[in-house]
Design a protein around this ligand. Structure first.
Ligand SMILES: [Cu+2]
Length: 253
Protein backbone atom coordinates (compact mmCIF):
# COMPACT_ATOMS: atom_id res chain seq x y z
CA UNK A 1 0.00 0.00 0.00
CA UNK A 2 1.21 3.44 -0.82
CA UNK A 3 0.27 5.90 1.87
CA UNK A 4 1.40 8.81 -0.21
CA UNK A 5 -0.88 11.37 -1.68
CA UNK A 6 0.82 13.41 -4.30
CA UNK A 7 -0.14 16.92 -4.96
CA UNK A 8 1.59 19.53 -6.94
CA UNK A 9 1.79 23.21 -7.46
CA UNK A 10 2.96 24.72 -10.71
CA UNK A 11 4.13 28.26 -10.07
CA UNK A 12 4.91 30.40 -13.03
CA UNK A 13 8.08 32.36 -12.50
CA UNK A 14 9.06 34.99 -15.00
CA UNK A 15 8.12 34.26 -18.57
CA UNK A 16 7.42 30.61 -18.55
CA UNK A 17 9.34 28.76 -15.90
CA UNK A 18 7.38 25.79 -14.85
CA UNK A 19 8.38 23.76 -11.89
CA UNK A 20 6.42 20.85 -10.83
CA UNK A 21 6.81 20.49 -7.13
CA UNK A 22 5.34 17.68 -5.19
CA UNK A 23 4.42 18.28 -1.61
CA UNK A 24 3.99 15.96 1.29
CA UNK A 25 0.58 14.86 2.25
CA UNK A 26 -0.54 15.66 5.72
CA UNK A 27 -1.56 12.03 6.04
CA UNK A 28 1.98 10.75 6.11
CA UNK A 29 2.92 9.04 9.32
CA UNK A 30 6.50 10.16 9.16
CA UNK A 31 6.36 13.47 7.51
CA UNK A 32 9.39 14.82 5.79
CA UNK A 33 9.68 18.42 4.76
CA UNK A 34 9.69 18.86 1.01
CA UNK A 35 13.19 19.49 -0.20
CA UNK A 36 13.88 21.23 -3.44
CA UNK A 37 17.46 20.80 -4.58
CA UNK A 38 18.38 22.96 -7.51
CA UNK A 39 21.64 22.12 -9.19
CA UNK A 40 24.02 25.04 -8.63
CA UNK A 41 25.25 24.60 -12.20
CA UNK A 42 21.76 25.03 -13.57
CA UNK A 43 20.58 28.08 -15.36
CA UNK A 44 19.74 30.88 -12.97
CA UNK A 45 16.17 29.78 -12.65
CA UNK A 46 14.89 30.43 -9.15
CA UNK A 47 13.15 27.55 -7.48
CA UNK A 48 9.85 28.62 -6.11
CA UNK A 49 9.27 27.65 -2.49
CA UNK A 50 7.52 24.35 -2.12
CA UNK A 51 4.50 25.06 -0.07
CA UNK A 52 2.74 21.92 1.09
CA UNK A 53 -0.50 22.08 -0.80
CA UNK A 54 -2.38 18.94 0.09
CA UNK A 55 -5.75 18.91 -1.52
CA UNK A 56 -4.78 21.27 -4.31
CA UNK A 57 -5.95 19.87 -7.61
CA UNK A 58 -3.08 18.68 -9.71
CA UNK A 59 -2.31 21.12 -12.43
CA UNK A 60 -0.89 19.81 -15.67
CA UNK A 61 1.51 22.32 -17.10
CA UNK A 62 1.21 22.62 -20.84
CA UNK A 63 4.55 22.66 -22.53
CA UNK A 64 5.09 24.19 -25.90
CA UNK A 65 8.13 24.24 -28.12
CA UNK A 66 10.27 27.23 -27.36
CA UNK A 67 9.16 27.38 -23.78
CA UNK A 68 11.82 28.00 -21.18
CA UNK A 69 13.15 24.83 -19.63
CA UNK A 70 12.60 24.26 -15.95
CA UNK A 71 15.48 23.71 -13.58
CA UNK A 72 15.65 20.26 -12.16
CA UNK A 73 13.46 19.73 -9.14
CA UNK A 74 13.92 17.00 -6.58
CA UNK A 75 11.26 16.57 -3.98
CA UNK A 76 10.71 13.97 -1.30
CA UNK A 77 7.13 12.82 -1.49
CA UNK A 78 6.86 10.35 1.32
CA UNK A 79 7.93 7.15 2.96
CA UNK A 80 7.01 3.58 2.15
CA UNK A 81 8.42 0.09 2.48
CA UNK A 82 11.05 0.53 -0.23
CA UNK A 83 12.97 3.51 -1.52
CA UNK A 84 12.06 4.79 -4.92
CA UNK A 85 13.25 7.43 -7.33
CA UNK A 86 10.77 8.25 -10.02
CA UNK A 87 9.80 11.16 -12.16
CA UNK A 88 10.19 12.30 -15.71
CA UNK A 89 12.54 13.91 -18.14
CA UNK A 90 11.54 17.07 -19.93
CA UNK A 91 13.03 18.67 -23.01
CA UNK A 92 12.35 21.51 -25.39
CA UNK A 93 9.17 20.53 -27.18
CA UNK A 94 9.34 17.32 -25.15
CA UNK A 95 11.34 15.70 -27.93
CA UNK A 96 13.61 12.67 -27.65
CA UNK A 97 12.37 11.68 -24.20
CA UNK A 98 11.93 7.97 -24.90
CA UNK A 99 14.73 5.44 -24.58
CA UNK A 100 16.73 7.48 -22.14
CA UNK A 101 18.42 5.67 -19.30
CA UNK A 102 18.10 7.19 -15.84
CA UNK A 103 20.49 5.63 -13.37
CA UNK A 104 22.20 6.05 -10.04
CA UNK A 105 25.87 6.42 -10.78
CA UNK A 106 27.28 4.48 -7.86
CA UNK A 107 25.76 2.51 -5.02
CA UNK A 108 27.93 0.94 -2.31
CA UNK A 109 28.29 -2.79 -2.60
CA UNK A 110 28.91 -5.36 -5.28
CA UNK A 111 26.10 -6.39 -7.54
CA UNK A 112 26.12 -9.75 -9.22
CA UNK A 113 25.15 -9.75 -12.86
CA UNK A 114 22.18 -11.91 -13.76
CA UNK A 115 23.06 -15.46 -14.77
CA UNK A 116 20.97 -15.24 -17.92
CA UNK A 117 21.91 -12.98 -20.81
CA UNK A 118 20.27 -9.83 -22.08
CA UNK A 119 19.38 -9.91 -25.75
CA UNK A 120 19.56 -7.45 -28.61
CA UNK A 121 17.76 -8.75 -31.69
CA UNK A 122 18.55 -7.86 -35.24
CA UNK A 123 15.28 -7.79 -37.11
CA UNK A 124 14.63 -6.02 -40.37
CA UNK A 125 18.18 -4.67 -40.13
CA UNK A 126 17.33 -2.92 -36.88
CA UNK A 127 18.77 -3.51 -33.44
CA UNK A 128 15.97 -4.15 -30.93
CA UNK A 129 16.04 -2.67 -28.36
CA UNK A 130 17.89 0.42 -29.46
CA UNK A 131 19.02 1.16 -25.91
CA UNK A 132 19.93 -1.52 -23.39
CA UNK A 133 21.22 -0.81 -19.89
CA UNK A 134 22.90 -3.77 -18.19
CA UNK A 135 24.64 -4.46 -14.95
CA UNK A 136 28.42 -4.83 -15.24
CA UNK A 137 29.31 -8.45 -15.99
CA UNK A 138 26.16 -9.15 -17.96
CA UNK A 139 26.37 -11.28 -21.09
CA UNK A 140 24.62 -9.72 -24.05
CA UNK A 141 23.49 -11.91 -26.93
CA UNK A 142 23.18 -10.31 -30.35
CA UNK A 143 20.58 -12.46 -32.05
CA UNK A 144 20.38 -12.19 -35.81
CA UNK A 145 16.76 -12.92 -36.69
CA UNK A 146 17.20 -11.91 -40.31
CA UNK A 147 18.02 -14.23 -43.18
CA UNK A 148 20.88 -11.98 -44.19
CA UNK A 149 24.35 -11.35 -42.83
CA UNK A 150 24.86 -8.85 -40.05
CA UNK A 151 27.90 -7.71 -38.15
CA UNK A 152 28.18 -6.23 -34.69
CA UNK A 153 31.08 -4.09 -33.64
CA UNK A 154 31.71 -1.18 -31.29
CA UNK A 155 34.35 1.52 -31.58
CA UNK A 156 33.91 2.43 -27.92
CA UNK A 157 35.88 1.64 -24.77
CA UNK A 158 37.91 -1.56 -25.27
CA UNK A 159 36.21 -2.02 -28.69
CA UNK A 160 34.95 -5.31 -30.04
CA UNK A 161 33.95 -6.94 -33.30
CA UNK A 162 31.85 -10.08 -33.28
CA UNK A 163 32.35 -10.73 -36.99
CA UNK A 164 29.75 -11.35 -39.64
CA UNK A 165 27.10 -14.06 -39.36
CA UNK A 166 23.70 -15.09 -40.56
CA UNK A 167 20.95 -16.23 -38.16
CA UNK A 168 21.49 -17.15 -34.56
CA UNK A 169 23.31 -15.36 -31.80
CA UNK A 170 26.77 -14.28 -30.78
CA UNK A 171 27.49 -12.87 -27.38
CA UNK A 172 29.99 -11.12 -25.21
CA UNK A 173 30.26 -10.19 -21.54
CA UNK A 174 30.41 -6.48 -20.76
CA UNK A 175 32.80 -6.04 -17.86
CA UNK A 176 33.77 -2.41 -18.30
CA UNK A 177 31.52 0.46 -17.26
CA UNK A 178 30.53 2.80 -20.02
CA UNK A 179 28.44 3.36 -23.11
CA UNK A 180 28.97 1.16 -26.14
CA UNK A 181 27.67 2.15 -29.55
CA UNK A 182 26.85 -1.03 -31.47
CA UNK A 183 27.13 -0.83 -35.24
CA UNK A 184 26.95 -3.13 -38.26
CA UNK A 185 29.60 -2.82 -40.97
CA UNK A 186 27.12 -4.06 -43.58
CA UNK A 187 24.23 -1.73 -42.75
CA UNK A 188 25.25 1.82 -41.84
CA UNK A 189 21.82 2.69 -40.47
CA UNK A 190 21.97 0.00 -37.78
CA UNK A 191 22.80 1.41 -34.36
CA UNK A 192 22.12 0.57 -30.76
CA UNK A 193 23.60 1.41 -27.39
CA UNK A 194 24.56 -0.62 -24.37
CA UNK A 195 25.09 1.15 -21.08
CA UNK A 196 27.14 -0.92 -18.67
CA UNK A 197 26.28 0.21 -15.17
CA UNK A 198 27.70 -0.40 -11.69
CA UNK A 199 24.40 -1.22 -10.01
CA UNK A 200 20.91 -2.38 -10.92
CA UNK A 201 19.23 0.91 -10.01
CA UNK A 202 18.35 2.18 -13.45
CA UNK A 203 15.33 2.58 -15.67
CA UNK A 204 14.57 3.23 -19.32
CA UNK A 205 12.16 6.07 -19.91
CA UNK A 206 8.86 5.55 -21.68
CA UNK A 207 7.57 7.68 -24.56
CA UNK A 208 6.67 10.48 -22.15
CA UNK A 209 10.05 10.45 -20.43
CA UNK A 210 8.68 8.85 -17.27
CA UNK A 211 10.83 6.52 -15.21
CA UNK A 212 10.74 4.67 -11.93
CA UNK A 213 13.67 3.14 -10.09
CA UNK A 214 12.49 0.88 -7.28
CA UNK A 215 13.97 -0.65 -4.13
CA UNK A 216 16.72 1.93 -3.87
CA UNK A 217 18.78 1.52 -0.69
CA UNK A 218 19.22 4.58 1.56
CA UNK A 219 22.15 6.77 0.61
CA UNK A 220 23.41 9.90 -1.06
CA UNK A 221 23.72 9.52 -4.79
CA UNK A 222 24.28 11.12 -8.11
CA UNK A 223 21.38 10.56 -10.47
CA UNK A 224 22.30 10.67 -14.13
CA UNK A 225 20.36 10.43 -17.34
CA UNK A 226 21.80 9.24 -20.62
CA UNK A 227 20.15 10.20 -23.89
CA UNK A 228 21.25 9.59 -27.45
CA UNK A 229 21.03 13.27 -28.43
CA UNK A 230 20.65 15.38 -25.31
CA UNK A 231 22.39 15.76 -22.00
CA UNK A 232 21.06 16.07 -18.49
CA UNK A 233 22.42 17.69 -15.41
CA UNK A 234 23.67 15.42 -12.69
CA UNK A 235 21.27 15.49 -9.77
CA UNK A 236 22.51 15.01 -6.21
CA UNK A 237 19.97 13.33 -4.04
CA UNK A 238 19.73 11.67 -0.67
CA UNK A 239 17.21 8.95 -0.16
CA UNK A 240 16.32 7.81 3.31
CA UNK A 241 14.97 4.43 4.23
CA UNK A 242 11.82 3.78 2.31
CA UNK A 243 11.63 7.29 0.95
CA UNK A 244 10.06 8.12 -2.39
CA UNK A 245 11.61 10.91 -4.38
CA UNK A 246 10.19 12.60 -7.45
CA UNK A 247 12.55 14.18 -9.92
CA UNK A 248 11.86 16.42 -12.88
CA UNK A 249 15.00 16.39 -14.96
CA UNK A 250 15.55 18.61 -17.99
CA UNK A 251 17.44 17.40 -21.05
CA UNK A 252 19.32 19.98 -23.06
CA UNK A 253 21.50 20.09 -26.13
CU1 LIG B 1 23.56 -5.51 -40.51
Amino acid sequence: MHAVIRSSASPLVGAALILQLFACSAKLETEKPPAATPNPMADPAPLAPAHPAAGTPEATPKKAAGEAMPANATVAVGAGPAGQVSGRLVSKGNKFLADSVVYIEEVKGKFRAPTGPSVIDQKGSTFIPRVLPVLKGTRVVFDNGDAIDHNVYSPDNEKFDLGIWKSGGKSRVFRQLGVYTNLCKLHPTMISYILVLQNPYYAVTDADGAFSIKDVPPGTYKLRAWNERLTAEVVDLTIEKGQSIEVVLPLRR
